[in-house]
Design a protein around this ligand. Structure first.
Ligand code: LMR
Length: 343
């Protein structure tokens, strides 16, 4: 029987052993970098290649390799092939990979609960309002704080807004009661599910489809490009377009690797990343729209849209989640976000 906690433990332990071994090699390569002719950046992420993040990562690789004349190589490892949610942050901190692009929801458990601001349900009306934070002073402050954990925050990127899936429509709080809902490791998302009457179950992204298929969990939330590329619609009968919260990413690098690079290369990489993230932002909506179309045409899943009264009930049920985060990270973060959204 599939046991997520055993899988998680075993994979974490193996990954740690692997990361520690690779870290030694990684440290050597960073130290030897100045004398060597080239450099390889390993960029690991957990989603499929044909998602906004997967395509932005490929664009980043193409830009870096072209502009460096092939001197800097980027190896992209999608779909948690190298590291998954349980171990990718440790792998980055140990230098077993040079870069990651985790969802913002995954920074809380390494000590940056303020990143869970982005998970707050019904806070952001659209992606443009999220950019007021990510492209502004607040976003820069959040990225700068990552240095406390020896990470370099290089920039943000959108996926889009999340929706709910299960083997029944999820259009108002009563529909969630008693369901086990897979969540990312975010206190805000867990609190949101509890506020709706469901039980949150934290699982890594790569385990989610199997957990849905085997009934370990009853439902989940994600933008449609993630549902579609994981083929979650084949194991869920109903998708409800609740658009209740945002999902975005931060590109982060290992600090030692970053500081060991000549300024010119840092600049090249920053510029390529900025352009790749802009590209990702441009295609994210279209990727999610075409995934919705494909998913509807597949005939596996019924798609539902909540009416305004149902949205109001969902919104009212999850409102206390905002105060819960304010208690954890301090009211000032929430006030700063609200002020940035109001200006
Ligand atoms: C998830 O775990 O549901 C997402 O964060 C995956 C991703 O990176 O989009």
């Amino acid at each position: 029987m599939f046991n997520p906690s055993t899988v998680a433990f075993t994979s974490r332990r193996r990954a740690l052993q692997r990361a520690a071994a690779v870290a030694a090699a990684g440290a050597a390569s960073v130290c030897g970098w100045a004398a060597s002719a080239g450099l390889t950046i390993r960029l690991s992420h957990v989603v499929a290649e044909d998602t906004p993040k997967g395509l932005a990562a490929q664009r980043f690789r193409a830009l870096v390799e072209e502009r460096s004349g092939g001197r800097i190589r980027v190896q992209v490892y999608p779909s948690a092939r190298l590291y998954g949610d349980h171990d990718e942050m440790q792998a980055l901190q140990l230098g077993a990979v040079e870069m990651l692009a985790p969802s913002l929801s995954k920074f809380g458990r390494i000590g940056f609960a303020e990143f869970e601001l982005f998970d707050l349900p019904f806070l952001f009306p659209d992606a443009a309002s999220v950019r007021r934070i990510t492209q502004g002073e607040l976003g820069r402050r959040m990225l700068a704080r990552l240095s406390r954990q020896h990470l370099v925050g290089l920039g943000f990127m959108d996926n889009g807004f999340k929706h709910m899936s299960a083997n029944r429509p999820l259009l108002e709080p009563a529909h969630f009661v008693g369901l086990r809902m897979r969540v990312q490791a975010s206190g805000v998302i867990a609190a949101q599910m509890r506020a709706l009457g469901a039980r949150p179950v934290t699982l890594s992204f790569s385990e989610t489809r199997q957990a849905l298929a085997t009934g370990v969990v009853d439902g989940t939330e994600n933008p449609i490009s993630n549902f579609w590329t994981q083929r979650m619609h084949e194991v869920q009968t109903d998708l409800s377009l609740t658009q209740h919260a945002y999902l975005g990413y931060a590109f982060v690098a290992n600090q030692r690797f970053w500081q060991g690079m000549p300024a010119g290369d840092r600049h090249l990489i920053e510029q390529a990343l900025r352009e790749a993230a802009q590209y990702g932002n441009q295609i994210a909506d279209a990727q999610n729209d075409s995934a919705l179309q494909a998913l509807q045409q597949s005939g596996f899943t019924r798609v539902h849209v909540p009416d305004p009264a149902q949205v109001a009930r969902l919104r009212a049920a999850v409102a206390p989640v905002h105060d819960g985060l304010a208690r954890r990270v301090g009211q000032q973060w929430l006030s700063d976000v609200r002020q940035a959204l109001a200006t």
